[in-house]
Design a protein around this ligand. Structure first.
Ligand code: PHE
Ligand code: FE
Length: 296
């Protein structure tokens, strides 16, 4: 039997039409995966493993090794959960797909990461407009093994519940933070800029583009700058934000965001590709290196 995702309807949101799924947590229907499903996983896994050498952050590579996912078959959530719970107290829960914001925040606030149970079809290897099992499991889950990143994600969930109670603008500001960190973040590793955002880690094209192309901006992490910056969902990002460490990210997001939301409500948003005078811009140095303005 070939199990199908149960889509209920499509709903028009500010991100265009998005599929709406049941919000229930479901058991991973592991024995229903077809040989094609396992093969899609294997191909994507092997392809990204090669590309991510020298591109993914050391923290991601370490976490990935500790999780012991492999190419040979789609991992079982139950097995991953034994490892993950022991490491940081996080667990995966299976879901049909994208969740309403409040459901998503509530899972994160309780150290549960919702993972889409179904995997893309062979003709969708390079692009898919919504998260599937490969994006969620390969991209998001490993870093939940990292204690600091794990705490950041829980704090984000709590912050989401709070922002939801404040209003749509606050929620939009907070969503940009998630987008430019958990999904599309870069980190300054000892050997240069590296990827930790799962939207990049699970994409062959963007893994190369974000570090090798001269087109996008790479700008030092700045919380309010990020919260004002619009983003693209239909192309590679025009701007990536670079953190120095997960500690920096965690510390910077600890203060109460209420006064920040209030301040940002009076300011215009920033187009995705703009560079401001106040930005710390990273440029390629000689060889492998990267330099920020002001570095010697
Ligand atoms: N400090 C944020 C708030 O007061 C919560 C938060 C923490 C949000 C970490 C994102 C990441 O809303
Ligand atoms: Fe994602």
């Amino acid at each position: 039997m070939n199990a199908q995702p149960q889509r209920i309807e499509h709903q028009l949101t500010d991100k265009g039409y998005v599929p709406v799924y049941t919000t229930a947590v479901i058991e991973q229907p592991w024995s229903n995966y077809t040989p094609i499903d396992h093969d899609v996983w294997a191909q994507l896994f092997e392809r990204q493993q090669k590309i991510l050498v020298g591109r993914a952050s050391q923290a991601f590579l370490d976490a990935q090794r500790a999780m012991r996912m492999s190419a040979h078959e789609i991992p079982k959530f139950d097995e991953l959960n034994r490892t993950l719970r022991a490491a940081t107290g996080w667990e995966l829960v299976g879901v049909q797909g994208l969740l309403p914001e409040l459901d998503f925040f509530d899972h994160l606030a309780n150290r549960r990461f919702p993972v889409t149970w179904w995997i893309r079809k062979p003709d969708q290897m390079d692009y898919l407009s919504e998260p599937d099992l490969f994006h969620d499991l390969f991209g998001h889950v490993p870093l939940l093994m990292n204690p600091v990143f794990a705490d950041y994600m829980q704090a984000y969930g709590r912050g989401g519940v709070k922002a939801h109670g404040i209003g749509p603008e606050a929620l939009a500001n907070l969503t940009r933070l998630y987008w430019y960190t958990a999904e599309f973040g870069l980190i300054r590793d000892p050997d240069g800029l590296r990827i930790y955002g799962s939207g990049i880690l699970s994409s062959k094209g963007e893994s190369i583009h974000c570090l090798e192309s001269d087109a996008p901006n790479r700008i030092g992490f700045d919380l309010e700058r990020i919260m004002r910056t619009r983003y693209r969902i239909d192309t590679y990002q025009k701007t990536y934000f670079v953190i120095d460490s997960f500690e920096q990210l965690f510390e910077a997001t600890q203060p109460d965001f209420r006064p920040i939301y209030a301040r940002l409500a009076l300011q215009d948003s920033i187009p995705a590709g703009d560079v401001l005078d106040t930005d710390l811009v990273y440029h390629r140095g000689s060889g492998e290196g990267w330099l920020a303005d002001g570095d010697v």
